[in-house]
Design a binder for this molecule. Structure first.
Ligand code: MOS
Length: 719
């Protein structure tokens, strides 16, 4: 069966760009053939705090092929922050090589440009730096004294948590720790940039084309209309490519200096220090409940670090404001400045980490209350978002939990922790609830219709990106649906700032925003055709083209949130179920099974959606059992600087993952009924695993990742 002959959305068709990718025809940022291309290599600081006192570039400059060595001494002046600790956004300027100051280990302190990649790499090692080193702030405990409230503060409260706790029969007060993590998409961050007399052009691996153009224009203080960014294929991002980072600016700076196009790739090793990270969080949760399980109070205080020059806060408390009904609630976020690179959004920023804390704490409370953890959650369900009083556009969380319990065989869960074994393995089940904002953003698209061989062929253009999620495919399906033509007659062209503006890929808004933008363009095309055709009995797109006597037609459309959307809280919901087996003697454990139930509106393509959910589950498992970036305590370098020591789950770690979608079309969310899916899968998976480990062993894991030495139960302890 050739699934690609299907028409419209909802079918599990293969990726329309799949063949291009597996045959190497799909070009990624660093693969474009550009005439006169030269190569750049970034140089990284070897101290975490201090200043550069001397630079000797002579030996590097004398090497064959070397075209330029750029440091703060000869770099052009870029836009600067007007004050320290600027709040970070996806359009923040990216000044680089602007002073002698060093803020973290591995910060760019120079750039070598040469005819070949190897020449650039070699010469980069020959540039000699002398530093006046200061003691860096790299200790989490010691930095706590410097914690401050972020400028764009997001503290929230309703009722009175202290009073709510006083009314409770049972209380909990625990702190949950998640380590520094790195995004590490398969494709390295990369750019081929040409300055070209001020007509700036960049093939760059970015999630958001329009924002990247803004950052480039603002950093160089040039007109954005002279900046073209292209990113037709992106090998993953997870948030690290939301913003254009310093390498983008470095490559363009170099191109301007030597008047040739420059390729700059951030190595895997440099991805630890020069792109982004998810910061370490300490999250303190307090819960109060009546003995029947009714919540009386819930609070969530997050402490995390940011760099010494920019503010990034991960909104871990978002989920605690809205997920359960409680009259007394408070959420705070505090930041501490440290000599580490700035953090930034990583898949489900806020929810992935926040739900680990909240959903672990809810499991702990259920145990204290002697209640089933599913019954405890259902007891505190709410159909109105308690943080703002708006009804949810739809909220099928209870349905996710109930259906999951049935499909997973929740009734076989051991009631008492550490009470079920299979041979030498302790067996445990865990559950968690997931919620993730489902934003919908203003999106424009253009569709070009052509009448050829008695059929209509369509080309869709928008600056949206496909970061591996399936955007090309779902958009071909959307155009096919609205023009009522086969998917094979639709061409989708993405990732070019010359195309209509979209919000790009991020925050789980891609599918809903892009698809509705494409819908709007198709609807405009049909309207134009009908206007031009005049009185006609024609109904199909082909017949309309003929009636209008047109061989081609171009139309643009824009979709954006309406008043109904704004009057509601719009979230995707889900539930994750995990079975773990823990070896009694070693603490080694296996994730035996996982079931993810997802309620995320209309599913445009079950196959690409499945990829998103299981990808999220694997990343959530990585967070739970493997991922951790360690800071070296004297110099502030990261100890984990490659995949040899930054561990991610492999097939042996992962079990069968089943995904069930609840059938739903959320027409309040948007006209097509789509809600985001890219981040729902990761959300709360770590809690589900930790809860299963507790059920298996009786040991509560509040400090990720859960490695065997933490789980390991000594015989005498267990007795
Ligand atoms: Mo996402 S962290 O908005 O790519």
């Amino acid at each position: 069966m050739n699934l690609n002959t299907s028409k419209g959305t909802g079918n599990p068709i293969d990726r329309v760009e799949g063949k291009l990718k597996v045959t190497g025809m799909a070009k990624y940022a660093s693969e474009f053939k550009v005439k006169n291309l030269v190569y750049a290599q970034g140089i990284n600081s070897t101290i975490a705090k201090g200043r550069i006192t001397a630079i000797d570039t002579a030996e590097a400059e004398a090497q064959p092929g070397v075209l330029a060595v750029i440091t703060y001494k000869n770099a052009e002046r870029l836009a600067q922050y007007d004050k320290d600790l600027h709040p970070l956004s996806t359009t923040s300027i990216q000044p680089v090589l602007q002073s002698d100051q060093v803020h973290y280990y591995g910060e760019y302190v120079g750039l070598v440009v040469a005819e070949t990649f190897e020449q650039a790499q070699y010469a980069a090692r020959l540039v000699k730096y002398t530093y006046a080193q200061e003691t860096p702030d790299i200790d989490f405990e010691a930095s706590k004294g410097k914690a401050y409230t972020p400028t764009e503060q997001s503290d929230y409260s309703r009722g009175n948590v202290a009073e709510g706790l006083a009314e409770a029969d049972v209380t909990l007060d625990e702190t949950y720790v998640t380590p520094i993590e790195h995004h590490h998409p398969m494709e390295l961050h990369a750019i081929i940039g040409s300055w070209n007399g001020g007509n700036v052009q960049a093939y760059a691996s970015q999630q958001m084309i329009d924002n990247a153009a803004t950052t480039i224009a603002d950093t160089f203080q040039i007109d954005k209309k002279n900046v073209r960014v292209m990113s037709p294929y992106v090998g993953g991002g997870f948030g690290s490519k939301l913003a254009a980072k310093q390498h983008v600016i470095l490559a363009l700076m170099a191109s301007k200096a030597i008047n040739r196009p420059v390729q700059l790739t951030v190595s895997r090793n440099q991805m630890f220090t020069n792109t982004n990270l998810r910061q370490r969080n300490e999250q303190r949760i307090k819960i109060g409940a009546k003995s029947d399980g009714t919540l009386t109070a819930l609070s969530h205080d997050t402490l995390s670090h940011t760099s010494t020059y920019e503010q990034y806060q991960e909104a871990c408390g978002t989920v605690t404001k809205m997920l359960y009904k409680t009259p007394n609630n408070s959420v705070t976020h505090r930041l501490m400045p440290m000599n580490l690179q700035s953090p930034f959004a990583m898949r489900a920023p806020g929810e992935a980490t926040g739900s680990f804390a909240l959903e672990s704490a809810m499991d702990e409370m259920a145990f204290k209350l002697n209640m089933d953890p599913i019954a405890f959650r259902i007891k505190n369900d709410t159909q109105v978002d308690p943080s703002n009083g708006k009804p949810f556009s739809s909220r099928l969380l209870n349905e996710c939990l109930r259906l999951g319990a049935k499909e997973f065989g929740w009734e076989n869960r051991p009631q008492k922790p550490a009470s079920k074994s299979e041979g030498n393995w302790l067996v445990g089940y865990g559950v968690s609830a997931a919620s993730r904002r489902a934003p919908y953003m203003k999106t424009s698209a253009k569709v070009i219709l052509e009448l050829k061989n008695d059929a209509v062929w369509a080309t869709l253009q928008m600056d949206a990106t496909d970061i591996g999620t399936g955007s090309y495919t779902i958009l071909a399906q959307t155009v096919s649906e609205y023009l009522d033509i086969p998917v094979e007659q639709v061409d989708v062209e993405l990732g070019d700032s010359e195309y209509p503006v979209t919000p790009g890929s991020g925050g789980s808004w891609g599918a809903a925003s892009f698809a509705n933008g494409a819908r709007a363009a198709c609807e405009q095309a049909l309207k134009d055709l009908k206007d031009k055709a005049g009185e006609t009995a024609a109904t199909t797109t082909v017949a309309l083209m003929k009636a209008a006597q047109l061989s081609t037609l171009e139309a643009e459309g824009t979709a954006e949130p309406d008043e109904e959307y704004k009057a509601h809280s719009v979230f995707s919901f889900g539930a994750n179920f995990t079975e773990v087996w823990v070896d009694k003697d070693t603490g080694v454990f296996r994730i035996k099974r996982m079931l993810n139930v997802a309620s995320c509106g209309k599913i445009l393509n079950p196959k690409t959606a499945f990829g998103q959910i299981i990808g999220g589950c694997v990343m959530g498992a990585g967070m739970a059992i493997a991922e951790r970036t360690e800071v070296e305590p004297n110099f502030g370098n990261f100890i984990t600087r490659s995949f040899a020591d930054y561990h991610v789950p492999v097939n042996l770690d992962m079990a069968n993952i089943d995904v069930v979608y609840l059938p739903e079309e959320d027409k309040i969310a948007n006209k097509m009924g789509i809600k985001g899916i890219g981040e729902l899968g990761i959300t709360s998976v770590a809690a589900s695993i930790a809860n299963a480990v507790f059920n298996a062993t009786g040991k509560r894991m509040r400090d990720l990742p859960l490695t065997p030495e933490k789980i390991f139960v000594k015989k005498e302890e267990a007795a």
